[in-house]
Design a protein around this ligand. Sequence first.
Ligand code: URA
Length: 434
Amino acid sequence: MRMYDLIIKKRNGGILAREEIDYMINGYTKGEIPDYQMSAMMMAIYFKGMNREETLDLTMAMAHSGEMLDLSTVKGIKTDKHSTGGVGDKTSLALAPMVAACGVKIAKMSGRGLGHTGGTIDKLESFQGFTTGITTEQFIRNVNEIGLAIMGQTKDLAPADKKLYALRDVTATVDNMSLIASSIMSKKLAAGADAIVLDVKAGSGAFMKKQEDAFALAEEMVCIGRGAGRNTIAVVSDMDQPLGFAVGNALEVKEAIATLKGEGPEDFTELCLTLGSFMLLLGGAVQSEEEGQRMLRQVISDGRALDKLAQFVRAQGGNEKMVYQPELLPKAELSYPVYASEDGYIERLVCDEVGMCSLILGGGRETKESVIDLSAGIVLNKKTGAYVQKGEVLATLYGSCQDKIEAAGRRLAKAYQIGEQKKKKGPMIIGVVK
Ligand code: URA
């Protein structure tokens, strides 16, 4: 087999066979197929697409390119959850302890922030001492003992995806449905959970700006999950404005803690209850979503969900005191309010711009080497649909550099579009793909 022939085949709209996909992924992982040939193949796939079978074959080849975590020593059904990424998306921080407190085991692999979107690992590091760099043995022990563990992507897990993602990032081939679906699902399959709940975001703060694209991605990933023998459900949720009110690492941790105490924002709480009820359903703890939601509300009101977060933070080296005293979390030196320039309704809050402002403040990385300021970020006072009067505070920015906070403040003011129309906010849960 020759890579050259496979590139021609795909370029001409042909369908790649499983053996051809295996050859290409194995060769690329080992460094036998060079980046320039793989770049040509990625561009050919970008234009000619892949059918469902090819996408599944590609996912399986990528998942098997490294270690496949064996969680068979963990008793019961192991569940995982994945979000395609958004602004203010602190879902795992609240959802994982809620579900674990209900008795369903979570073995989760998380990532760091990407572009304007935040990442769970960065957020969790707001807890002094917390680490996701645990061994596989400790990961399995924690899932067995406390029902919950989160680790980062090791270099042995889906290495083909690691190489391909970096290549796609610089060859303008990221936003292709088959390539995104196989990238996400290869990591999920390699991480070993039996059941996967996907949160596919749609809107200006998401990868998929259009709802129909989000549904297509959701269907593709559910199909892959099922094809690989994992029980998979996808929820398509709104990311046209930030989730909750807090954006930025420690600020989001505080909001997640408030949610675990039953004092969280409505939209964020609704998303956690929906995703959580599906996790409980797939985990075999309940018979219906309604029963799942009741059980989740119960562990919030009796304090078990918050205690589970503290237990999890301690088990991974973090300071659990911060869970009960969130005022101990990193705090910014500077704050900067952004005021409304006129009376009216907020017709739009451009979501990816809010993410970019948080990144400028130090909440995200400008380069791979950037060090994150865990205390930096934004607390929104007003979101789409709200009425504001001139001079009212729209949001407060937090950071440690005066120039950056002023630049981000000017940019955030422009992300608010104020007008005369009271726009009806769309639903948080747009749909479910089962
Ligand atoms: N997240 C991933 O892991 N891969 C993609 O291709 C896009 C988002």
